[in-house]
Design a protein around this ligand. Structure first.
Ligand SMILES: [Mg+2]
Length: 261
């Protein structure tokens, strides 16, 4: 992985034919915060996204529900991908994965069970997002409570995972619960490219910070500009990295100035 701005000349050349910008939300456009509802987009980041969308096709991709991510970004005329790719909407584009829709009652039942079983562990946030769910534990301070959480959570999800109904992955202080179907941010990204840019003349650019983004980095290996947001250099399928949300901003500014001239 190389520092994006060290390779700017090379990236700039790749973007000459135009680009399809696909940006993760939490940890990419907004800093990671204690509670997910506090991850508000700053006015200057929103303005940058608005300006970028005048020059590039633009999409925001998130593990949040589609309704939530649309509300948080609040821009028209761009693509939104919610629930790790299970819900997609944008100009002339709409996708709802029926297999994921069918998982709703199962996810709801598990969330109810988890709410009950984890009610004693202070700081846990269980978020039912329809086809998927998140269990946030950033605010769980006590290490013993964390151990309990791991045990109880593991036991509660085991029947769903063992039966092949649901899949669980770990993100940044969060468990992600998803229907066990062959669909992820990577598949969603390829679907968007085929749908909005079938001629594939635009260079896909994907920026993300967490595990689920690795599927997208992998899908775009050798055919996109993939950027991991990370302070530490770590194993990743991404080609480049930037260090934080501020550098994502700098990247967007550079992208806009390429076109605005
Ligand atoms: Mg993220």
């Amino acid at each position: 992985m190389e520092y994006l701005f060290d390779r700017w000349e090379e990236v700039r050349r790749d973007l000459i034919p135009g680009a399809l910008l696909l940006l993760d939300y939490d940890g990419t456009l907004t800093p990671i915060v204690e509670r997910p509802e506090l991850a508000i987009l700053s006015p200057d980041m929103r303005e940058l996204l608005r300006r970028a969308s005048q020059h590039y096709k633009l999409g925001v991709i998130s593990g949040r529900s589609l309704a939530d991510i649309k509300r948080l970004v609040g821009l028209g005329g761009i693509f939104y991908v919610g629930n790790h790719g299970f819900e997609i909407s944008g100009p002339g584009v709409k996708l709802i994965k029926p297999e994921a829709e069918r998982a709703r009652p199962v996810v709801a039942k598990l969330c109810e069970e988890l709410r009950w079983k984890l009610s004693d562990i202070k700081g846990t946030i269980i978020e039912d997002k329809g086809p998927t769910a998140s269990v946030h534990y950033r605010s769980v301070a006590d290490p013993n409570a964390l151990e309990d959480l791991n045990g109880i959570f593991g036991e509660a999800v085991a029947p769903y995972v063992d039966s092949g109904t649901l899949r669980v992955t770990r993100g940044k202080k969060v468990f992600e619960i998803r229907p066990n179907i062959g669909w992820d941010k990577g598949k969603a990204v390829l679907w968007i490219i085929d749908t909005v840019n079938p001629s594939r003349d635009l260079m896909p650019v994907y920026v993300g910070d967490d595990r689920t983004d690795e599927d997208a980095f992998f899908a775009l290996k050798d055919r996109g500009v993939t950027v991991l947001v990370s302070r530490e250099v770590k194993e990743s399928n991404a080609k480049y990295f930037v260090r934080d949300v501020g550098e994502v901003k700098a990247f967007l500014e550079k992208l806009i100035s390429l076109r605005a001239k």
